[in-house]
Design a protein around this ligand. Structure first.
Ligand code: HAM
Length: 414
């Protein structure tokens, strides 16, 4: 878990603002859910996933309730849908922190942030396309150019069940030639054996049955419609039959966005898919659902690597340097802030030199200087910090109008 300091924290907020802008224009409203839920909400994600069995921050509260910090948000969204029964299709977006007790490394943290969307109550394959297109647009808005999209379908639950059995048979017949870890995974979740990166497992994985052989007609038609929709929108993708995703609730479409530059273990910038049974598992009506979540930290690391979406400058207009005691600075900053100018100041009646250093560091466009002479004359010296003309003395009462005349561009609305 980490502290996020300025200016990086400003970048986080900007990230979420851009995401909100993209998805709200597509009709998605923001849902805010609690950071914790009854443990049972998250165990519905599936007891064959590490997220639930090994990584949950769960505890018993003072009222003897077994609760957990959310490891992801899709389950909370489905719980909220089951509870409030909004009119479908319910199109929502979210942002916030999640908690997983993982082994921390670059791009993998115990507290991490996601932004995401979910749509509940519509089965339309072009909705799968819509959510993918929104993520795609968001990456473009960040300036990322090396993200790739991989897609797969896990079929209907019955298709998936038959496939899982076929995989179980296939990997069981490999006996001891399969790695010990994969043999252990096989007992819990044969699908996840396909994720193994171990050398000894690769020939068995390459020879494994393919999910497409198990699709029912309905599942095949749904998936083909998704692929046709992606082509129609010119979104490049690769069908990856071995993509399985780490959570158990998926049915039919699944997808992942991979960065071009992160280590392969952490290169999933985001992912999602359909989870048509989750609302019902949480006590609601049978409801189809589709969505995705994007990891904020990993996406920003990808931005760093591609040299895009840097921290925005603070954007101060003025920095007040007052060496007459500080009362002038207090009054001028209050006046300018109220007029919509980003304004900071020096404190503790420090020397001119020390305050000018702060003014420089602040990035402000103008230093407003009040010394004894200015105080006596009722003026303020306006000194451009980026070579925009000479410094001038301006009447104290005219300072706000003067700044306005210099720059209408950087001015914020009061
Ligand atoms: P997920 O693949 O578990 O899916 O997480 C989505 C993204 O969150 C990952 O691709 C990654 O960028 C980021 N992430 C996950 N764990 C960590 C971590 N420990 N540290 C940093 N980043 C991390 C879900 O969470 C699903 N709820 C997505 C979804 C929404 N499916 C349908 N709707």
């Amino acid at each position: 878990m980490r502290d996020i300091l300025p200016p990086e924290s400003g970048r986080w907020r900007h990230f979420t603002d851009v995401f909100a802008d993209v998805v709200e224009r597509a009709g998605y409203g923001q849902l805010i859910t609690p950071l914790l839920e009854d443990l049972g909400v998250f165990t519905r994600i599936g007891d064959a996933t590490d997220v639930v069995t090994k990584e949950m921050y769960d505890f018993v509260d003072k009222g003897d309730r077994h609760i957990a910090l959310r490891p992801e948000m899709t389950a909370s969204v489905c719980r909220a849908f089951a509870e409030h029964r909004p009119t479908p299709p319910w199109k929502i977006w979210y942002s916030g922190s999640n908690f997983r007790y993982e082994k921390p490394q670059r791009g993998r943290y115990r507290q991490f942030d996601q932004v995401g969307v979910e749509v509940l109550g519509a089965d339309d394959p072009y909705l799968d396309v819509e959510v993918i297109a929104l993520a795609w647009e968001f990456y473009a808005r960040l300036g990322l150019q090396q993200v790739s999209l991989i897609v797969n379908s896990l079929g209907e639950p019955a298709d998936r069940a038959r496939y899982v059995e076929a995989l179980r048979d296939h990997f069981t017949s490999a006996g001891d030639t399969l790695s010990e870890q994969s043999r252990e995974t096989l007992g819990r979740n044969p699908l996840r054996v396909l994720d193994s990166k171990r050398e000894v497992d690769q020939t068995h994985i390459a020879a494994a049955p393919q999910i497409a052989e198990f699709y029912s007609d309905g599942a095949a038609a749904h998936f083909n419609a998704v692929l046709a929709g992606l082509r129609a929108l010119d979104i490049p993708f690769t069908v990856e039959p071995k993509l399985v995703r780490g959570l158990d609730y998926y049915r039919r479409t699944i997808f992942e966005f991979q960065g071009g530059t992160l280590d392969s273990a952490q290169n999933a910038l985001g992912g999602g898919g359909r989870y048509d049974g989750l609302v019902a598992a949480l006590g609601g009506p049978e409801t189809p659902g589709v969505g995705f979540a994007l990891g904020l930290e990993r996406t920003l690391l990808a931005c760093d690597d591609e040299l895009v979406f840097g921290a925005a400058p603070v954007g101060l207009d003025a920095f007040v340097v007052d060496v007459t005691g500080g009362l002038q600075a207090a009054a001028i900053t209050a006046e300018l802030r109220a007029a919509g100018f980003g304004t900071d100041r020096g404190y503790d009646n420090r020397s001119m030199k020390a305050q000018m250093k702060l003014a420089n560091r602040s990035g402000a466009r103008f230093a407003l200087i009040v010394g004894d002479d200015e105080l006596a004359a009722g003026t303020v010296v306006v000194k451009p910090m980026y070579g925009e003309g000479d410094q001038v003395a301006v009447a104290r009462s005219e300072i706000s109008a003067h700044l306005a005349s210099l720059s209408d561009q950087n001015r914020r609305e009061p």
